[in-house]
Design a protein around this ligand. Sequence first.
Ligand code: BES
Ligand code: ZN
Ligand code: ZN
Length: 459
Amino acid sequence: MHECFLDTKPADSTPLMPVVEKNFRPWLAQQEPTLERWLTTTGFTAKPGSLCLVPGTDGTLDAVIVGVAALDDPWACGDLPAKLPVGSYHLVAASEPVALESMTIGWGLGAYRFAHYKATDPVGAKLVIDPACDAELVKTQVAATCLVRDLINTPAEDMMPEHLAAAIATVGRECGAAVTQIVGDDLLAQNYPTIHRVGRASAHAPRLIDLRWGEADQPQLTLVGKGVCFDSGGLDLKSAAGMRLMKKDMGGAAHALGLAQMVMHMGLPVHLRVLVPAVENAVSGDAMRPGDVISSRQGLTIEVDNTDAEGRLILCDALTEGSAAHPALLLDFATLTGAARVALGTELPALFTNSDDVATGLLAGAEHASDPLWRLPLHQPYRAMLNSTIADIANAASAPFAGAITAALFLQEFVSAGVDWAHFDIMAWNRTSQPGRPEGGEAMGMRAVFAYLRQRLGA
Ligand code: BES
Ligand code: ZN
Ligand code: ZN
């Protein structure tokens, strides 16, 4: 799993020296004449993303000079695993330990390959984790991010609700958690009508997956993740372009699981519960229809205005169950709306929360982890856009404005009063490749939340 890292430094490890582009000239003037001449000869100017291999007199690799924008750029090493020759390397940087840690994480994330369906070039470069870093903390964050990416990148055919359940069971087994699930018609018997209704049209039975870990006397942390394994839109079918990436619609579930894995690996002092409603939003004779009404677990009746607003439907019964125990903190992750992407673009997850303290803590966690979040308001007056003439609430707004906010307001109806709750509307996908962030599935905001939890729990 962590083939890209070494815990101890081999004798022949090559130093990696980041140089800030704007400091390049004075830095160059201070170097040995041979090195200065080599860098000039090869035209190296420390442009961010560039590197220079420095040979020793015997033809071995003496050092690698890396151009960076700043010594605390978390992605400074993101391209290196792919670019460097086979061998072991160590960072020689005058950076704070937290910056060193994020650069090391950046290396680990840059070494990620999704090679399940096509052979890819193996990464032969290994980074020695600096003793100033918490190696376990680095590795657990890299592993969880790679888990999230793998789950999202896996095609829907191979990541249906039963596969998602198996993935959660595997993590549970590795971490000593208990995993159960309620499948198919049992969802009706146990009063999860919305999960059943959204998922009943699929050949792959819908389910609610439930992971529990830790001691009951610790503060309860409950994570909920949208597990729509494929979102065709249902009868209000998506366009071809809109459907193309919808294997990623279980990205919220992947985030909840990745975060849970970090919490368990690092042994945070919480009583953890993960709830994943997992469905395929499919089309068949049994599909829910626009205009149908579903009576939710909580009791509110919901008019299905649009079958493509399925995420909030499955999340509402999970949130009702999750808030019933009045956890200290309830978090949900979901690829919920296109509107959140219109508002903030694809790289900035929207954060909604009913607690200003939680918001402050999460935004500080985002800063600490170089994993951005942006808060949007739970603007109550917009709740009126969800009014239905025949039911308590509609699943989609009557006006094409503030779609991320109205989706969050819908979810809030199912969170018990007094529960601290935060909702993350995420893209879970890199549109293009950037250093450390290859095109494809991505964890967004997950390491920010983990930083907040560690801070909040004094871990
Ligand atoms: N999974 C989509 C939202 C989505 C689309 C997230 C593209 C990220 C990228 C969700 O189920 C959906 O289709 N939402 C609709 C809601 C609308 C019908 C009220 C949307 O955003 O258009
Ligand atoms: Zn949808
Ligand atoms: Zn969806």
